[in-house]
Design a binder for this molecule. Structure first.
Ligand SMILES: [Zn+2]
Length: 418
């Protein structure tokens, strides 16, 4: 018995980036059942049933995308994508649906999507009880903090917080539509269930961005869509186009409004949430070059952006990479920080004993074009590609056959077996 393999799968020869454990180097990763069994140099290949040679690739924790829409509602309201068709091919093993469902539809969402998917799906519950099913996000009678919080408290294994979004502007503001109603309701719900609120926001003179991040949001609350056009994050923002923008060295903050750093200091989290309208190179590049990096990278994937400009998680990460964030930091902000933000620090790591969610990535070098939400283009030299994804020890994406024998060595086809 002592010659029996110890491991089901061994990923051999890759460069492991596991920021939670300060690992960045050539190492092997061994998986037994659904768990990470060992991480270290030169693990004996004879100890594994299957060995995947991932030389030349990066091995990272399964990626965590904390802003997606995967609750497939009825046509024509449906805006969501099918989680498993878009997660694994991009190295993502955990997706957080952000408010597609409110309290009214959560159980349907759980039964028909969350419990069926192979992707780990978690949820922010919309403060609006009908969520994004239909057009109710302007209706303050739909915002019930007690109800939204009760769902989060009842399903703590799935629900990670409260979402508020798409509460637009009306002028003049009326009693039925006060400017801060959605934010106040979401924060009240977050207080009841003691969970973070994720905020999608459109500033107006009656409700400024500064007041949102300096006064209304609580430490640990997440502002998604940080590089959208509507946020006055750059000092130079409203100057005429002919005025050249000054690009300052990384670490400086003159080009970025100081109140952003003040908000970060008080614990406000800034998330990418790319989306169909919320990621502009004209905002993201100067902000990042002047030291204002996103805390977490996420896609806001839905049917309106999956064919561009978002495409997937790795395309979004590649944009951030080409703007100048080093790869280990890009991985850190797609694994460790999102896990912390949603209160699930056991995710986003390759620690021994953790659930074996793993992404094997290739860093392509060449000339690549990337598009944003403002019909602008950026050319970059590097692009991340997914080679292999493992979810809870199961191979869920392996298009190039890493875990398969070369065909001459493969067993006879099933139909010839008598
Ligand atoms: Zn969204």
């Amino acid at each position: 018995m002592q010659n029996q393999p110890h491991y089901d799968l061994l990923l051999k020869g890759g460069r492991v980036i596991d920021p939670a454990n300060n690992i960045d180097g050539l190492m092997d990763v061994a998986i037994s059942g659904a768990k990470i069994a060992q991480v270290g140099p030169d693990i004996d290949p004879k100890a594994a049933t299957t060995v995947a040679d991932v030389t030349g690739h990066y091995v990272t924790p399964g990626l965590i995308d904390i802003h997606v829409h995967v609750y497939n509602t009825r046509e024509p309201e449906g805006l969501s994508v099918m989680a498993d068709f878009h997660s694994f091919r991009s190295g993502v093993t955990t997706m957080v649906d952000t408010g597609t469902a409110g309290a009214k539809h959560f159980l349907h969402f759980k039964r028909t999507v969350i419990d069926q998917a192979k992707t780990r799906i978690l949820a922010f519950i919309n403060i609006v009880k009908s969520g994004m099913v239909g057009d109710f996000e302007q209706d303050i009678s739909e915002m019930d903090p007690e109800l939204a919080a009760s769902i989060v408290l009842a399903y703590p294994e799935v629900c990670v917080g409260i979402k508020t979004a798409h509460y637009w502007t009306r002028q003049p503001w009326d009693a039925l539509h006060p400017p801060w109603a959605a934010i106040d309701g979401a924060v009240a719900a977050g207080d009841i269930c003691q969970k973070p609120v994720m905020v999608d926001f459109w500033p107006r003179p009656e409700r400024t961005y500064q007041d949102l991040i300096l006064k209304k949001m609580r430490p640990g609350d997440i502002h998604t869509h940080v590089y959208a056009q509507q946020f006055p994050i750059l000092a130079e923002q409203n100057k005429p186009r002919s005025t050249p923008r000054v690009v300052l060295p990384v670490g400086g903050c003159r080009g970025v409004q100081p109140f952003l750093f003040e908000a970060r200091e008080r614990g406000i989290i800034f998330d990418v949430g790319h989306g169909a309208g919320s990621f502009w190179f004209r905002q993201a590049v100067p902000a990042m070059q002047n030291g204002f990096k996103p805390d977490s990278i996420s896609t806001d994937l839905h049917i309106g952006n999956v064919n561009g400009p978002v495409v997937d998680m790795l395309t979004t990460m590649s944009k951030i990479l080409n703007i100048g964030l080093p790869l280990p930091e890009v991985i850190f902000r797609s694994t460790v920080t999102p896990a912390r933000e949603i209160g699930r620090p056991e995710l986003g790591t390759l620690s021994v004993g953790a659930e074996a969610d793993v992404a094997v990535l290739k860093l392509l070098e060449g000339t690549f074009g990337f598009s944003d939400c403002g019909r602008a283009r950026m050319t970059g030299q590097r692009k991340l590609d997914c080679a292999l994804t493992i979810r809870a020890g199961q191979v869920v994406y392996d298009p190039t056959g890493f875990t398969m024998p070369e065909w001459p060595a493969a067993p006879a086809p099933y139909w010839t077996i008598r």
